[in-house]
Design a binder for this molecule. Structure first.
Ligand code: NDP
Ligand code: GDR
Length: 343
């Protein structure tokens, strides 16, 4: 019998890649969808047509219990979150509810549906949980590169909420014998990345500038450095984590750091333009408390999971720029045809 997986956050970047990966492994895949008419549902069903959907929201405990009851999944991937860090200073309470307490709601739903209680001595594998933890938990770093044992010092309400989700997952593992793991994933990108994140903001702008549809790109801190990888590689690590005999938490990243300035340079180089002619600094885009630098030590995942990244940063930025250029060219062609009355 094929395994069954439930993904929260299925309409997001990682959700769509993970759904594709699990379907390719022979899984039956369900996505939790929130909202009455979620506009991203049709986008993800176009990308991943064999996907099934169930209604639910991490803000609504009963909806999680009823989704688990109905689907009886073997594996739950909790990717749902408000994932844009600056939003967490604007709506700190909501972000804490979804990204922090939302994890507790999912753990409680699994506990109820699996019949686990505090006297459960043996570990329960009935429903395995993957929790999407983040390198933002490291924040103001105390050692470089960061590994599983590096101390957390989150710098945003987002990072604080993710740290809660991380520890409560570990606590349910220790308290109830639940099979729950957290992947501490560093930044990962793709042509499906949301337009608000810096790499996609850059690739979209470069495509528009190349086609003469935009003339400036406003950015914040160009000196911030990140360990950026390809989302398609990272969802494979999520799956591998849930296949281990013993549950554990793993750092996932490339171990290579680049600055936002490097990202800009590679993206503009891809289309033969000089970035200094187009990029302007907008102080409004600088964060109240910045995470200046992040770099992963994934040696544990590399040896225990046999996982390694396959896409280098330069290739990743080029892939994103080329995808956005193709898309923008198609849209411009369509616009020209409309204007010429030939559509
Ligand atoms: P996205 O922002 O692309 O997707 C977020 C998803 O969360 C969307 O599907 C959204 O659904 C869903 N969501 C938002 N609020 C709720 C809610 N109340 N209940 C249920 N679902 C909700 O994020 P990514 O795919 O990039 O990231 C996936 C996860 O991994 C997130 O938890 C993120 O914080 C974490 N992460 C991401 C990293 C990265 O570099 N991408 C690195 C480390 C961690 P909707 O369509 O309804 O808005
Ligand atoms: P991050 O990603 O906050 O690391 O969180 P983002 O791409 O938003 O920022 C990366 C760095 O770029 C700097 N920066 C800008 N960022 C944005 N968005 N827009 C700008 O104009 C800009 N200019 C400079 C930022 O200051 C920052 O230092 C992502 C999300 O996916 C989280 O959900 C996830 O947990 C972490 O990665 C790991």
């Amino acid at each position: 019998m094929s395994k069954r997986a439930l993904i929260t956050g299925v309409t997001g970047q990682d959700g769509s890649y993970l759904a594709e990966h699990l379907l390719a492994q022979g899984y039956e895949v369900w996505g939790l969808i929130r909202g009455q008419a979620n506009p991203r549902k049709s986008r993800v069903s176009r990308l991943v047509s064999e996907l099934s959907f169930v209604d639910g929201d991490l803000m609504d405990q009963a909806s999680l219990v009823s989704a688990l009851d109905r689907i009886q999944p073997d594996e739950v991937y909790n990717l749902g979150a408000i994932s844009f860090v600056p939003m967490s200073w604007q709506q700190a309470e909501l972000v804490s509810e979804v990204n922090g307490v939302g994890v507790l709601r999912m753990l409680e739903a699994i506990r109820m549906v699996s019949g686990l209680n505090a006297s459960s001595s043996a570990r329960s594998d009935r429903i395995r949980l993957y929790q999407a933890s983040s390198s933002e938990m490291f924040g103001k770093v105390t050692e470089t590169p960061q590994r599983e044992t590096t101390r957390f010092h989150p710098r945003s309400p987002y990072g604080v909420a993710k740290a809660y989700g991380h520890f409560i997952t570990r606590n349910y593992r220790e308290s109830f014998g639940m099979y729950g793991v957290s992947g501490i994933l560093f930044n990962h990108e793709s042509p499906r990345r949301g337009a608000e994140f810096v790499t996609r903001k850059i690739s979209l702008a470069v495509a528009q500038i190349k086609l003469g549809l935009q003339d400036k790109l406003a950015l914040g801190n160009l000196d911030a450095t990140r360990d950026w990888g390809f989302a398609g590689d990272y969802v494979k690590a999520m799956h591998l984590m849930l296949q281990q005999d013993e549950p554990g938490d793993y750092v996932i990243g490339t171990g290579v750091m680049h600055s936002v300035r490097d990202a800009v340079q590679i993206a503009f180089d891809t289309v033969g333009l000089n970035w200094q002619d187009y990029v302007v600094i907008d102080p409004e885009l600088v964060r109240p408390a910045e995470v200046e630098t992040l770099c992963a030590d994934s040696s544990m995942a590399r040896s225990a999971l046999d996982w390694s990244p396959t896409v280098k940063f330069e290739e990743l930025m080029q892939m994103m720029v080329e995808s956005d250029l193709q898309q923008a060219s198609r849209e411009r062609e369509y616009g020209d045809l409309l204007l010429a009355g030939r559509w």
